[in-house]
Design a protein around this ligand. Structure first.
Ligand SMILES: [Fe+2]
Length: 368
């Protein structure tokens, strides 16, 4: 971090994090490592779960008012996205909401170092920022190759102290990014294919060992790289039905993003994996080298493989764990299909099928 701040000639730096990361003491060694010639303007530690446009605007304006020329974001996807948004407001003025949409960003953020403390979102390298527009009650996105951190720093020690449930949710979020990017119909190409299959292989090798022992540097590093690859690939392609269905669970039941994806992923795969057996079979074999050579059999077994991973990591198999009730499934399904065009899915998924997937996920029948 110190050498990067020097390389970009930073004079005044603000740290951005959340309460949990701050309380865990992860920022302290970094505070002590701010190099000579650069002043620490403060540590902002109040980033919330879905960072708001208002927060990004406040932090960006603070940079402009106080002459802050660099940001260091330490945390999960929320802290990183908050800092990415703030960095753009600092370099553009106005509001982050002015930059929502495709390619509205005119210039990069002020110097921004992203240090992830979970291995999941890939936000440290992705070209998009999730913004919570609280006035319109919407989650909106800034998408641009310029909406990126200046530098991403992956340090296995920063992901060594996360609780097991967070490690599981983050890891399954990374797997979902890699998988949905690989099978999606928008923006995928040979480079994302290569990246995604390698990322999925890293998850297959390291997800469970990392979950069991987060201090294991080799597996922690592999999960960080897998997460990072997912962020890079998603910058070209898009997420699909799992993320679409996870979104209303976050909005209505406050299920954390990664956990919602983790619970839904096997149930979605049970419906989608057999519709493109060749690609899903490649995923199955990358995730588990003992998967069948026959494409149809490998694709059909993928949901069970993911169920088993979830079960090992104590991810609930049922949405009932989050207070979801049968009567709400129809509304959730309507909401899930509204946000994004269905073209980003590997195959068309009807409203009835989405209700059916939610229903199966609510029943939580045992698999594997
Ligand atoms: Fe995600």
């Amino acid at each position: 971090m110190a050498s990067e701040l020097q390389r970009f000639n930073a004079k005044r730096v603000l740290f951005i994090t959340d309460r949990g990361v701050h309380a865990a003491g992860l920022t302290r060694p970094l505070e002590a490592a701010v190099p000579q010639g650069c002043r620490l303007a403060g540590v902002y530690s109040e980033v919330m779960q879905d960072p708001t446009a208002q927060l990004m605007d406040e932090l960006g304006n603070r940079c402009r008012d106080e002459g802050i020329d660099a940001l260091v974001a330490i945390g999960g996807g929320a802290a990183l996205d908050a800092a990415k948004g703030a960095g753009l407001v600092a370099s553009h003025g106005g509001s982050i909401l002015d930059l929502v949409g495709e390619d509205k960003v005119q210039r990069p953020p002020i110097t921004l170092l992203c240090i992830p403390t979970t291995a999941g979102t890939g936000s440290e390298v992705s070209w998009h920022i999730s913004v919570n527009d609280t006035e319109r009650h919407l989650k909106v996105t800034v998408r641009s190759p310029l909406a990126v951190a200046t530098t991403a720093i992956l340090d296995p020690q920063m992901v060594a102290s996360v609780p097991p449930a967070v490690a599981a949710a983050a890891g399954m979020d990374a797997l979902t990014h890699l998988l949905e990017s690989y099978v999606g119909n928008v923006g995928r190409w040979e480079m994302t294919d290569a990246l995604n299959l390698h990322g999925i292989q890293l998850v297959g090798d390291s997800m469970l060992p990392y979950w069991k022992n987060r201090g294991d540097e080799r597996h922690a590093r592999s999960m960080q790289i897998a997460s990072c690859i997912g962020g890079l690939a998603l910058s070209h392609s898009r997420t699909g039905i799992v993320h679409q269905m996870a979104r209303p669970l976050g909005a209505k039941f406050h299920v954390p993003h990664g956990m919602a994806n983790a619970v839904l992923l096997p149930w979605c795969l049970a419906v989608t994996a057999t519709r493109d057996p060749v690609r899903f079979a490649r995923i199955a074999r990358a995730l588990d080298s003992s998967a069948p050579e026959d494409d149809a059999a490998a694709a059909a077994g993928l949901a069970d493989t993911v169920h088993r991973m979830n079960k090992t990591m104590r991810v609930p198999s049922s949405l009932a764990a989050f207070g979801v009730k049968e009567a709400e499934l129809e509304d959730l399904a309507v909401d899930a299909l509204q946000g994004k065009p269905a073209v980003t899915n590997p195959c068309a998924v009807s409203l009835e099928e989405v209700v059916g997937i939610y229903r199966n996920a609510l029943k939580g029948e045992a698999h594997g």
